[in-house]
Structure formats: C-alpha cells, structure tokens
Design a protein around this ligand. Structure first.
Ligand code: SF4
Length: 375
C-alpha cells in the first residue's frame, strides 16, 4: 500500500474575516502569521526523517492567498530543503478572488505553484452576499481571467449550491459562467449548515428554509448532467475535470489510502495504517512546536476492517470505482462474493455497475454514495 508516493498538505490557518457558514478552523489574528511560518518550518524538520518524497503539495486553508508571494515561495523552498519534491509535482494553492491581482498571480506562478483553486462560490451577487463572502462577482470573473493570463494552465473553481433562495435556474447560470472560462477543474459543494456557525444558528431560529432532500437531489443531478454535457468528467461526488489529466492528483491520495503528511493546525496525516491530526487551535499548535514537540492531538491505528470500510466508502464516491481484485488483496475481503445479492440488486436499480472486475457508482449512484457504502 505504501509504495505510493505521499502527498503534502499545508494548512494556512488565517482568514481576513470568517464566512458565516464556515466550520473550518481559521484565525483572524493575521499578526500571528510570522510566528506561524516559523513553526511550520520547524514542523517540516520534525518530519524529514519520516517522509522522504512528495509528488503533490496542496497549500490550503484558511486563506493561503493572504500570504505574500515571498512567504509562499519561502514555504516551498523549505519544503524542497527538507524533502525530495519530485520534478513533476502538482503544486496547488487555494485562493480567495479578493486577493488575486496580476502581480500576485505572476509571482506565485513563478514560485513553482502550477495549480490554482479559486473560491468563487458563485457568480451571483445575491448568493455571495448571503454567504458573507468578501469578494464580488466582478472580482470572481477578473480573478479567473487574470489567473489564465498569469500562466496558470490548471485552474479549479470552487462553487456552492443549495443556498437558501437559490433556484436551479440561477445555479445553472453560475455553472454556465464557470464553463465559459474553460477551467480545468470545477468542484461543486452543497451548502451544509453546521449548528454552531452563524448561518446554522439563523437557520435553526427559522429565519430561512434550506432545500429539502428532493430539491438537493435535483441540484446534484442537474449539475452532473450540465457539466458532463459541457465535456467535464464527473469523477468524484463533488468534483469535475476537463479530462482525466486534470483530476486532482492530491485529492486522489485521500481517496485511495495513499500516504500524506498534513502540516499546520488541524491538518490530518496518514501513513501505513496510522492516522494522526494536529491541534485545531493555533495557540496550542505554536506552544507544542515551540517546546520541541510534534503538535499532534491524537493518533489512531486503523484495523484492516476499518481500512476496508473506509476504502468502500471512498471508492464508491469516485467514478474510478473499486477494483474487486485489489480490494480482496488489500483488505482480505471478497466484496463480490460476500455482497453478491445486494450488489446485483443495486446494479438492477441502476446505482452501481460491475464491469471487468471493477465496481463503479453510476451517476445516480454518486448522488447517494454515502448510503451505498453501507452495504
Ligand atoms: S475564506 Fe474559506 S476558510 Fe476562511 S472563513 Fe471563508 S470559507 Fe472558511
């Protein structure tokens, strides 16, 4: 399992302001950035004997585009000093359209970052306003255009659907505007309102309704049909690529149990059958590193059975599906024989298909992928 080349995730835990729907860990204390960057370098050094090579780097957050191009470049320099970053590596940065201008983008591209994910969320001003985003639709458009002009040949747009007040038609408008830029990658996430977020609290107080199950299903199917019709491959529940070569190599590592190292607060790592994660709070993270300790909050060792259940859950979320032979070899479980009856029922109902020894979710199967994995 571990002949696979690991990926590196770097969490930049800062945002200028907190979006009211967001449940990710991030801090608005931007003055702590220099201390954080020092700690991040120390954390890399702590892992340089445990991880050797990487062929993907994903700088996520938070809002990595709050850092200066020089700070981003120095992070990559330290990665190269501590690890072997392979020459064909996919190096991604997550960005907010409000932070992107030509000179930032050109510098970032020159630092070796070759893939940009832009948190557009919507091209509709009302939706952006409801989501409390700090960018406008106009900024979203110019950020995509400027990224292309700055030399990015691998651009991903993140979009959100199922926003209160949004109908299918206005969502399709956003999708039409998105494909007009021919981005290599599009991620479409359904809005989920966690109870403790400001929007979650307003929802619970009855201020607005959210789309019911039927409408959510319609959003999902219409999205898939529209983007497939526009030439995109619906390769994972929330992800679409303009051809196989543009699927996210880094995210694939999470889906197929490849090893990965996560640095920064709240980042998760996986190697062999171990998963561990860092303290969520920036203060705890800094305190651990500054006393010479790994900032790990907890480590779990997964049994073969836990790994098997995860592999089933993750595999049924991707169009690549599950190779029944590899599954048997890795997890000592003959899925085809053990689940013969339920699999043929699901195949008859059109949720999965089994071809050439691989179990695939269909388009309607992807819509209910989480339930499929309960077989
Ligand atoms: S910019 Fe992203 S990480 Fe920051 S608060 Fe908004 S959604 Fe969360």
């Amino acid at each position: 399992m571990n002949e696979k080349i690991p990926g590196l995730y770097i969490h930049i835990p800062f945002c200028l302001s907190k979006c009211p729907y967001c449940d990710f860990y991030s801090s608005t204390s931007i003055s702590a950035v220099p201390d954080f960057l020092d700690a991040l370098c120390k954390e890399m050094e702590m892992y340089c004997n445990r991880f050797n090579s990487f062929d993907t780097v994903y700088i996520g957050g938070g809002t990595p585009s709050l850092l200066s191009p020089q700070q981003l470049e120095s992070i990559l320099t330290r990665v190269r000093e501590n690890f072997n970053l392979l020459s064909n590596s996919e190096i991604t940065i997550e960005t907010n359209p409000a932070d992107l201008n030509r000179s930032f983008l050109v510098s970032v591209r020159e630092s070796g970052i070759n893939r940009i994910n832009i948190g557009v969320q919507s091209f509709n001003e009302k939706v952006l306003d409801f989501l409390g985003r700090r960018h406008s639709a106009k900024q979203a458009i110019s950020s995509v255009e400027d990224s292309r002009k700055a030399g990015f040949h691998n651009i991903g747009l993140d979009l959100i659907y199922g926003v209160p007040g949004q109908d299918i038609e206005s969502w399709l408008d956003t999708l039409k505007q998105a494909v007009a830029f021919s981005p290599e990658h599009i991620s479409c996430y359904q809005l989920t309102l966690e109870a403790k977020t400001p929007l979650g609290i307003r929802y619970q107080a009855g201020e607005f309704p959210i789309p019911g199950e039927e409408l959510q299903h319609e959003f999902f199917i219409k999205t898939s049909q529209f983007l497939e019709g526009a030439g995109y491959l619906h390769y994972e529940v929330s992800n679409f690529a303009r051809g196989k070569e543009h699927t996210s190599r880094h995210n694939q590592k999470y889906w197929d149990h490849s090893p990965y190292l996560g640095l920064g607060p709240a980042a998760h790592s996986f190697q062999c059958n171990q998963r561990w994660w860092n303290h969520r709070s920036l203060d705890q993270y800094l305190a651990a590193i500054n006393t010479g300790n790994l900032p790990v909050e907890e480590t779990e060792t997964l049994t073969v059975e836990q790994l098997r259940l995860e592999a089933l859950y993750l595999g049924l979320r991707t169009r690549k599906g599950i190779s029944l032979r590899d599954f048997k070899r890795q997890y000592h479980y003959d899925l085809f024989t053990e689940k013969k009856e339920i699999l043929s029922k699901l195949e008859e109902e059109g949720f999965v298909s089994i071809q050439d020894g691989t179990l695939y979710p269909t388009q309607i199967g992807l819509a209910v992928a989480d339930s499929l994995s309960l077989i």
